[in-house]
Design a protein around this ligand. Structure first.
Ligand SMILES: C[S@@+](CC[C@H](N)C(=O)[O-])C[C@H]1O[C@@H](n2cnc3c(N)ncnc32)[C@H](O)[C@@H]1O
Length: 327
């Protein structure tokens, strides 16, 4: 029963993020009436929403009708270094609305985003720059949480050219370049996405090219290491094969490809990849995959499968090599 009501908490959390309630509590607890005034909401309904979220540890009711932040709630602050505010608010605007059409995805196997929003996801983000920028921020929030674990888990080379394919605003690439000062980088993503890159802000302009393009077209050639994080899960197997073959064409003998994805473990145990898998089916007609599924696709695209490397985050690294470079 409680599981069936989970959407009540999810919607409350989305709305709390959308209304920036945690930012309003940054200086300390506030009475609901004041929060309602600041957010143009109904005090009674807002109190009910905050009390429900206090019940799952996001806020705390420090006195009758007066709420403060818990350690969990702190992460809804926009200025928290591991903030998830934009991710959760956008999930409320986009994922929750798409999920109203989850039955469409279930019956057809096609993603339901276009049914909900009238156009495919990436086109929608291009045509709604405020949502596009929020999506980039959401990706940055994920990458901020995950990048340390990814950089630590893999023996990135000390020199060479690292190409981040579908690299978004460059948050992960910047972390790798910082950790390996002898490397250079290429950030590759859709032209309107790379425009919003963080490379200059990170002081890496001299070491990183910014290239706008299409992952289904020609990719930047001659990299020593190709990175693709959270890209393939957005596509069906046929599209994934096209993308992988494009990578293969761009690579030199000896280059490696690292897929960074939520790899589904075997068995029934709860794992974030399983919920994300369903979400990717519903949102995009994509999917998360098991290790065997990634291995099969890589081999079909002409790669040799290297190591599967867990990281201290929800992401795993799947290493792929060109067959001639296998040792
Ligand atoms: C889920 S995001 C991951 C971003 C980044 N790798 C990260 O993990 O933060 C997927 C990325 O694929 C990019 N993308 C989608 N379709 C693309 C296309 N046709 N060509 C190039 N990039 C594309 C999106 O713009 C987005 O930045």
């Amino acid at each position: 029963m409680a599981l069936g009501d989970g959407f009540i908490y999810a919607r409350a959390l989305h709305l709390a993020a959308e209304l920036s309630i945690a930012d309003l509590l940054a200086e300390g607890p506030q009475p609901t009436k004041e929060l309602a005034r600041l957010t143009s909401t109904d005090p009674g309904t807002l109190h009910s929403m905050l009390r429900a979220l206090a019940g799952c540890g996001v806020f705390t009711e420090v006195a009758q009708g007066c709420f403060g932040l818990t350690a969990v709630g702190e992460r809804l602050r926009s200025d928290h270094p591991r903030s998830v505010r934009t991710t959760i608010a956008q999930s409320g605007r986009i994922t929750a609305r798409t999920f109203q059409h989850a039955d469409h995805a279930l019956r057809t196997g096609d993603g339901a985003f276009a049914t909900a929003f009238g156009q495919p996801f990436w086109e929608f983000l291009r045509d709604h720059p405020e949502e596009g920028a929020a999506f980039d921020t959401a990706m940055q929030e994920h990458s901020r949480v995950e990048r340390g674990a990814i950089v630590e888990a893999y023996d990135f080379p000390d020199t060479g050219r690292i190409v981040d394919v579908g690299g978004g605003d460059g948050t992960l690439l910047a972390a790798v370049l910082r950790a390996r000062p002898g490397t250079t980088g290429v950030l590759f993503d859709l032209p309107h996405v790379v425009e919003r890159n963080c490379i200059e802000e990170e002081g890496l302009t001299e070491r990183c090219e910014i290239t706008g393009g299409d992952i289904f077209g020609e990719l930047p050639a001659g990299g020593d290491l190709y990175l693709m994080k959270s890209v393939l899960h957005g596509w069906n197997d046929s599209d994934v094969l096209t993308i992988l073959r494009g990578c293969r064409r761009a690579m030199n003998p000896g280059s490696r490809l690292l897929l960074v994805e939520r790899v589904i473990p075997p068995g029934d145990a709860a794992h974030t990849s399983k919920a994300f898998d369903f979400a990717m089916h519903v949102m995009a007609g994509g999917q998360e995959r098991t290790g065997d599924e990634y291995a099969r696709l890589l081999v079909e695209a002409g790669f040799a499968v290297g190591r599967f490397i867990p990281t201290g985050s929800v992401q795993s690294i799947v290493e792929a090599l060109l067959p001639s470079s296998q040792t």
